[in-house]
Design a protein around this ligand. Structure first.
Ligand code: ADP
Length: 618
């Protein structure tokens, strides 16, 4: 019976031995030689049974891991096994193709055919190892990415009011492991100004509405009291009864991004406010002249529908593209130039600075408009004033040359004739003649000097009006009498034309000045007329009295009608002068007429004659 039982148990063992999925090797303890192995062992080593038998069991392993002693099956001690330790050892086996397989080994002492043997069970753990490695890698990546992105993770257990955090989260909060972690302690880390808001957010938004936690808030980092921005995310977890039990999530330090956002916002704000407040208009147009952008400042001119419109339709009076519009020659990116556009916004002149640029991925032109109408006008005025100054300088020089001639002539005559008078050879008759010449020259000199005095006084504003009431008729009759002799001398007629000859007309004005004006005109008429007649006339014209002095003299061409009222201005060029004079008579007359509250004008045609008119209040 005992034999039967033994056979049966041996058969069972054989069966178990052969069918076992783990590889089993049996080695003699004393020699370490493998005496038996199962099919799974052949599979593990990729080696036939007869190659395995006879190997030393340390040969199963790579050289650096081949441990051998009589009591060891590759490191797993019998002693440990005998003490009941089930803790297996790990090693590697070398396959016949040289590859290595990680194995877990359990050893047991057996007696085989009367010999002390060691039985080793080798379990292929490569799949487990791979999983372990994958897990390690994933842990590694998780940890590394937390560090890299500076994202920490947490889990908050609501029932126990305590949270745990990853290493990175501790760094973000500036705390260490000893920091006691509950809800209030989290609030302690948040910025005092955000604390109330975060408390409400967590309770009223996340817990009450069962929402995701998603909030940017400030904390004061415990380690250095620095204000930092964080983004907190979190997801609620529920138990079987749908009660909230925990919240898990991440907290990321977003301070740098936040600061960048802020500075971007600031620079955007600055840009915007620049765009709005810049004192000149700005637009951006594409290559075809379509408006892509306009500054606020331009909107008031362009109107709200300006975007997409051709720019010249918006601001040019003639709604056509400027002939020198820079778009004709194409946009040059980075190039800035200037051009002037006339006829803009109702006859104004704009200076446009244009720069080639890329806008929304396309070639475009930035135009900056500046209204230079006033500047241009001022420039033109300045040029005119300069020309006038140069002209008057020229006139003054001409006047001086002229004056020296005008003054020398009568002076020479006075000196010359007075010398002759003192010679005894001349007759009484001749001496009388000399005296007359001296007298005429003296008067001429007096006229010139009075004219200069007059114009100087007028310009200095020192001439005063002394009004009296007198008869105009009488004044004109007197002038006629005074000058008829001269007219007869020249062989021309001097006449007067008075309204209603019997009714004398009285006016109130400065009689001397009125006479001076009239005499001036009559003097000129006599000077510039060699045949025909001269006529002095006046008539009433409402509240004013209008005078005219008409002659049939050389006349004045239209281009000089304005100029002759300027000081020293004479139609005749200095080098061909035949009429004399100093160019002061008309400016004096004009100034006096204006002083009396009147106006002056003339009608004249070259070769036909001239009529000088003026009107003063009666
Ligand atoms: P003057 O007669 O001393 O030259 P005025 O100021 O009186 O200066 O006149 C300026 C110029 O106007 C004259 O030089 C002359 O060329 C022109 N002029 C003035 N009156 C007449 C006139 N009656 N007929 C033609 N030319 C005239």
């Amino acid at each position: 019976i005992a034999e039967e039982k033994l056979k049966e148990s041996e058969a069972q063992f054989k069966d178990f031995f052969e069918k076992a999925s783990d590889a089993i090797f049996i080695a003699e303890i004393e020699s370490g030689i493998i005496v038996d192995a199962n099919i799974a062992a052949s599979r593990l080593l990729l080696m036939p049974y007869n190659h395995i038998i006879g190997l030393h069991h340390s040969q199963l392993h790579p050289k650096d891991k081949a441990v051998y002693s009589n009591e060891t099956f590759t490191g797993h001690t019998l002693e440990a096994q005998q003490k009941g330790s089930t803790h297996p050892s790990e090693n590697e086996v070398v396959r016949s193709d040289g590859s290595l397989v990680p194995v877990e080994i359990l050893a047991a002492e057996v007696t085989l055919k009367g010999k002390h043997c060691l039985m080793g069970t080798f379990r292929d753990i490569s799949a487990r190892k791979q999983t372990e490695q994958a897990l390690q890698e994933s842990e590694f990546f998780f940890r590394e990415s937390q560090h890299a992105a500076f994202i920490g993770s947490y889990k908050y257990d609501l029932l126990n009011d305590s949270w745990t955090s990853s290493e990175v989260l501790e760094q973000i909060f500036g705390i260490d492991k000893s920091y006691s972690k509950n809800f209030q302690r989290w609030l302690d880390i948040t910025h005092p100004d955000d604390r109330e808001m975060m408390n409400r957010y967590f309770n009223e938004e996340v817990l009450a509405k069962r929402k995701l936690f998603n909030k940017e808030y400030r904390i004061i980092r415990k380690s250095d009291d620095e204000i930092r921005w964080v983004l907190g995310l979190g997801k609620l977890n529920f138990d079987a009864e749908d009660n909230i039990v925990e919240i898990m999530g991440t907290i990321q330090d977003i301070t740098e991004r936040k600061l960048a956002d802020e500075s971007l916002l600031e620079s955007n704000e600055l840009n915007n406010s620049l765009m709005q407040t810049i004192p000149f208009g700005m637009d951006i147009v594409d290559e075809e002249g379509n408006t892509l952008f306009i500054s606020k400042n331009m909107e008031k001119y362009f109107g709200p529908d300006s975007i997409g419109n051709k720019c010249w339709n918006l601001y040019r009076d003639d709604k056509t593209q400027c002939s020198d519009c820079p778009l004709h020659s194409g946009i040059n990116i980075g190039n800035t130039d200037l051009y002037e556009s006339n006829g803009v916004f109702g006859g104004r002149t704009f200076q446009i600075s244009h720069t080639g640029m890329v806008f929304r991925g396309k070639k475009a032109m930035l135009e900056i408009f500046q209204d230079i109408t006033e500047k241009k006008e001022a420039e033109t005025e300045l040029i005119a004033a300069k020309e006038k100054a140069e002209e008057s300088d020229r006139l003054k020089s001409a006047f001086l040359a002229n004056m020296s001639h005008e003054i020398r002539t009568p002076l020479n005559s006075i000196i010359g004739f007075s010398e002759l008078m003192s010679e005894p050879d001349y007759t009484h008759e001749q001496q009388f003649q000399f005296a007359r010449f001296i007298n005429v020259s003296g008067n001429n000199l007096l006229t010139i000097i009075s004219d200069i005095m007059d114009i100087s006084k007028i310009e200095a504003g020192q001439v005063q009006v002394k009004k009296t009431i007198f008869s105009v008729n009488q004044l004109i009759i007197d002038i006629e009498k005074e000058y008829s002799f001269k007219a007869i001398e020249k062989g021309i007629e001097l006449g007067i034309d008075l309204p209603g000859s019997k009714n004398e007309i009285f006016i109130e004005t400065d009689k001397d000045k009125l006479k001076q004006i009239l005499v001036n005109f009559v003097g000129n008429a006599l000077k510039f007329t060699s045949e025909g007649y001269i006529e002095i006339a006046f008539k009433m014209a409402g509240d004013a009295v209008q005078f005219q002095v008409k002659d049939t003299g050389i006349g004045i061409s239209a281009e000089f009608h304005q100029q002759i009222f300027e000081r020293f201005r004479q139609v005749e060029p200095a080098h061909t002068r035949k009429y004399g004079g100093n160019g002061l008579g008309l400016p004096i007359s004009k100034a006096l007429i204006e002083l009396l509250g009147g106006t002056i004008w003339l009608e004249s045609e070259q070769g036909v004659g001239s009529t000088f008119y003026f009107k003063i209040p009666k």
